[in-house]
Design a binder for this molecule. Structure first.
Ligand SMILES: Cc1ncc(COP(=O)(O)O)c(C=O)c1O
Length: 411
């Protein structure tokens, strides 16, 4: 039966993030106390007005254009312009069921090779494998905030030679929680060698110090952007994402449209209408509050876990931290995460899932195991969220952090 499945698909496993969630759920069902720091889902409710717009549009039953609802593409184009300062025309935007699908379509259509910084989100490499695009990993360092240097990118491009290349940059980053400080330098190299960049901007509205910068600002003609409602809007299950391309890639956009039409046809209509409200309405207050909570909870974990043996870069956006637990007991980060889960009940993802070598004791910690609705209802303005508030509204995060620190001390 082996040859029934294509070679490039056979070796793939279900997404690691989903697998750890299943494992944690199983332990929970067996009566264990679990701190679910493995799954990166927004803990916050979707803003009410967006939900009510969905309800109002539940009767919209007709297929929408395969590229997506025009009003939605206009709204996304405007939102990108105000955020990045760059014009992404509505005709160069395609609406997808989650940005994950947008990236998959990109890989399927693209004839070339992919450069992935380690760490990278778990799905980039499998998607490239599905589309049979060769992946080149680029190791990064804590000193460069877990992003590649321009020099390393240049070396890699030279080693690949004269081929089409896409470099994927995701800032704020999953899994490191850090923001890229050298976008300008990276853009300069990309421009010089005429490679394309996919700027995965799914976490940009969750940048903690409102200092978000898109690499498209420095290299507009070569930067694709993907994004969607899953993270800032808490609507992961709605599956609404987009892919935006600069001018000059009409054939590529047409290829993506064809792939969309031959697979999912078009994203479901009610959600597209609701998404117009999400991109057109003013949700600054919601974004400010949710980001404030995430920043405070992230900093709580950072301050209470870091030590000279647990190395962590400060959180700068999104849901994650990437602690490194220095030890010589475990051979692989995955073995270490199993031990952590069974001894302390804390579910973490191993760094090896994100492109790091097995023996690097890095992990991804998601600090979203709290009731975001309750937290949101009980804070106002940008008041400092002190430890007492965090203990009250994010008790699992607080307790799990303590368990983790204890686990490491007892090694
Ligand atoms: C870095 C990154 N990119 C993209 C996605 C995909 O999000 P969605 O398909 O829900 O838009 C995720 C979700 O976990 C992510 O972490």
């Amino acid at each position: 039966m082996d040859d029934f499945i294509k070679k490039n698909i056979r070796g793939l496993k279900p997404s690691a993030t989903l697998a750890i969630n299943e494992k944690a759920k199983k332990l929970l069902k067996q009566g264990n106390k679990i701190y679910n720091f493995g799954f990166g889902q927004s803990p916050f409710p979707i803003p009410e007005k967006i939900v009510s717009t969905l309800k109002e549009n539940a009767g919209k039953k007709d297929y929408l254009p395969m590229q997506g609802l025009k009003e939605l593409r206009v709204a996304i184009s405007k939102s990108l312009l105000s955020k990045t300062g760059i014009e992404y025309d509505k005709d160069n935007i395609i609406i997808t069921p989650g940005s994950k699908e947008a990236m998959l379509l990109m890989h399927v259509a693209f004839n070339g090779e992919i450069i992935l910084p380690a760490p990278s989100w778990v799905s980039y490499e499998p998607q490239a494998q599905i589309a049979e695009n060769k992946v080149h990993w680029l190791q990064t360092s804590r000193d460069n905030n877990w992003f590649p240097t321009a020099e390393d990118i240049e070396k890699k491009i030279k080693s690949i030679g004269n081929k089409n290349i896409i470099l994927i940059i995701n800032s704020p980053n999953n899994p490191s929680g850090t923001v890229c400080n050298n976008l300008k330098e990276i853009a300069k190299v990309a421009k010089e060698y005429k490679i394309k960049i996919l700027s995965d901007e799914i976490y940009t509205d969750l940048t903690f110090d409102q200092n978000y910068l898109s690499i498209s600002k420095f290299y507009p003609e070569g930067t694709f952007i993907s994004g969607g409602l899953s993270k800032w809007c808490g609507a992961g299950g709605w599956r609404l994402g987009f892919f935006a391309s600069p001018d000059g890639n009409k054939e590529f956009i047409n290829a993506l449209k064809t792939l969309a039409s031959e697979s999912y046809s078009t994203v479901n209509s009610p959600v597209q209408y609701a998404a117009v409200e999400a991109y057109q309405g003013n949700y600054d207050d919601y974004k400010a509050k949710t980001t404030h909570i995430l920043k405070s909870v992230g900093n709580y974990v950072y301050n209470n876990l870091k030590s000279n043996k647990v190395l962590i870069n400060p959180p700068q956006g999104g849901f994650y931290l990437m602690p490194e637990f220095l030890n010589s007991k475990f051979k692989t980060s995955s073995e270490m995460c199993d031990d952590i889960l069974s001894k302390s009940g804390v579910a973490l993802l191993p760094g090896s899932d994100f492109g790091f070598k097995n023996d690097k004791m890095l992990t991804r910690l998601s600090f979203t195991d709290f009731d975001g609705d309750l937290f949101l209802k009980n804070i106002s303005g940008s008041k400092e969220l002190d430890d007492d508030i965090i203990k009250k509204y994010a008790p699992n995060v607080v307790e799990g952090t303590k368990k983790l620190a204890e686990w490491h001390k007892n090694l």
